[in-house]
Design a protein around this ligand. Structure first.
Ligand code: NAD
Length: 495
């Protein structure tokens, strides 16, 4: 195929740009203009093999494995600094590729540097234990050792953020890594990987292979030299990856979807709650795993709250992600745009009432825009209340009291996050205990931090990212027994 003059992004393997074995590239598009702006290497199994081979050599060679944890931390500190210096460049790439608003993507990329700084500091603070065992004549202790080669597979909605949630602890633990970014947003990972070379990481410690899930993603997951797979994405791909990993008895962390309830009680500060609900579902055009896509609102304030909500959202400007006045950007991919519109049709056919929006915005150019959409009259057994839309579509469901709110909130296959709006401390605490979700926000929504574990209950995933525990996902625990009594007891009888 003939390509216009487009920027070209190759794999990054063993510290260098690496053309795809097939010689093939695919186009990456701007969701705002709908135009192609880059060509991305189309990886296949032989590229996966080259990248895993480089990561394995780097893991086994002295340059990485004999580095002290403090030295690894030092490199991660340097990387954090480089990230800060390159944040604007990386943010511009992400904005061009996934249409997230300039303000949000810039602060996201800057915040990625904080992740690396946190795990830089943590690298030499993972302490093992001397175990006071019941056996006589021995000293027993544990060692934490890096698992080996880790594959990181990410979606398109927050590419560098979600990569770094895995990459920073994996590197701090001493693993080496192959990243497979989403086929919709690959360039930022390729440019990011080059910073590792600049920071002084040995070649092969961080590699990037681009391409499609079924062409190169599966080959990475199934590669026999891979020890762990860290995945963020949808349930279908997550389940497929879990099955592939199981065949090789690999460990996984899976960060999947959500259908999170944002619960507003009648004693809440409604001015704050309305902002929290809007942030929960319309920021990033609803394309976040933690989207508060089910608004559970106490029946006594239902009509007033919906009215306030509609009033706040109605004026929100859709348009160019670079324009500071824009509040809602485009949908990142054409298939996602079509999926959102299909769910709006489903909601209507189920009998939900469209209180706001409900249409594509064709007047904004070639980009993929969907109006912020609010459905009332939703029952929790409708598909629009149960299935992840991953777009700016809110389902409003009334409830009677605490017990009813808990029942509805938990009556879903997912369990990623939940929000609660109330002035009662007792009620907030009760809800935080009863909600089956990995994160519960009381009187706030959408906060995450490198300090704080993040992950899902139920079909929202397996394992936790962020915080001190995340590094343990990338470590094996080895027990060492040292005899302090040189007399080996009766070899035929276990003592
Ligand atoms: P997706 O599952 O379609 O793709 C994610 C990644 O998996 C891509 O890189 C893709 O190429 C790869 N992939 C797909 N099939 C594969 C296979 N068989 N083998 C190996 N790799 C494969 O998801 P998406 O559409 O890019 O992202 C949206 C989804 O991500 C939503 O469901 C959302 O909830 C989820 N998400 C979850 C979190 C979280 O932290 N829980 C965060 C962001 C997004």
């Amino acid at each position: 195929m003939q390509h216009r003059e487009l920027l070209r992004f190759q794999h990054f393997i063993d510290g260098a740009d690496h053309p795809p074995a097939s010689g093939e590239y695919f186009e990456t598009q701007s969701p705002y203009s709908g135009e192609s702006w880059g060509l991305v290497a189309r990886g296949d199994a032989s590229d996966a093999d080259a990248a895993v081979g480089a990561a394995r050599r780097a893991f086994e060679s002295g340059a990485w494995s004999r580095m002290t944890a403090t030295e690894r931390g030092g490199l991660l500190f340097k990387l954090a600094e480089l990230l800060r210096r390159n944040a604007a460049k990386l943010a511009a790439i992400e904005m061009r590729d996934n249409g997230k608003l300039a303000g949000e993507v810039t602060s996201q990329v800057r915040y990625v540097a904080e992740y690396f700084q946190y795990y830089a500091g943590l690298a030499d603070k993972v302490q093992s234990h001397v175990i006071p065992t019941d056996k006589k004549g021995v000293t027993c202790f544990t060692r934490y050792e890096a698992k080996g080669v880790v594959v990181i597979i990410t979606p398109w909605n927050s590419p560098l953020t979600l990569t770094s949630w895995k990459l920073a602890p994996a590197l701090a633990a001493g693993c080496t890594v192959v990243i497979k970014p989403s086929e919709y947003t690959s360039p930022s990972a390729v440019v990011f990987a080059q910073l590792f070379k600049e920071a002084g990481f040995p070649d092969g410690v961080v590699n990037v292979v681009t391409g499609f899930g079924n062409e190169v993603g599966g080959a990475l997951v199934e590669h026999p030299d891979v020890a762990h797979v860290g995945f963020t994405g949808g349930e279908a791909a997550g389940t497929a990856i879990y099955q592939m990993a199981a065949k090789g008895l690999k460990t996984v962390t899976l960060e999947l979807g959500g259908k999170s309830p944002n619960i507003v009680f009648d004693d809440a500060d409604l001015d704050q709650a309305v902002k929290g609900v809007v942030a929960g579902i319309f920021a990033a055009a609803g394309q976040t795993c933690i989207a508060g896509s089910r608004l559970l609102v106490q029946r006594s304030i239902h009509d007033e709250f919906v009215e306030r909500l509609v009033a706040l959202v109605r004026g929100a400007k859709l348009g160019d992600p670079e324009d500071p006045a824009t509040r809602i950007g485009p949908i990142a991919t054409r298939p996602q745009f079509e999926k959102i519109l299909a769910y709006i049709d489903i909601a209507r056919s189920e009998g939900a009432i469209c209180a706001l929006g409900g249409n594509p915005r064709k007047d904004l150019g070639a980009g993929w825009f969907v109006e912020p959409t609010i459905f009332t009259g939703v029952r929790n057994d409708m598909r629009i209340a149960q299935e992840e839309v991953f777009g700016p579509v809110l389902s409003v469901i009334p409830f009677e009291d605490e017990a009813d709110a808990i029942r509805i909130a938990n009556d879903v296959l997912y369990g990623l996050a939940a929000g609660v709006w109330t002035r009662s401390l007792h009620r907030g605490m009760l809800m935080s205990e009863r909600l089956r979700a990995g994160t519960v926000w009381i009187n706030n929504y959408r906060q995450t931090s490198f300090t704080t574990p993040f992950g899902g209950y139920k079909r929202s995933g397996i394992g936790r990212e962020s915080g001190t525990d995340a590094i343990l996902e990338y470590l094996e625990t080895k027990s060492v027994w040292i005899s302090t009594d040189l007399d080996v007891p009766n070899p035929f009888v276990k003592q």
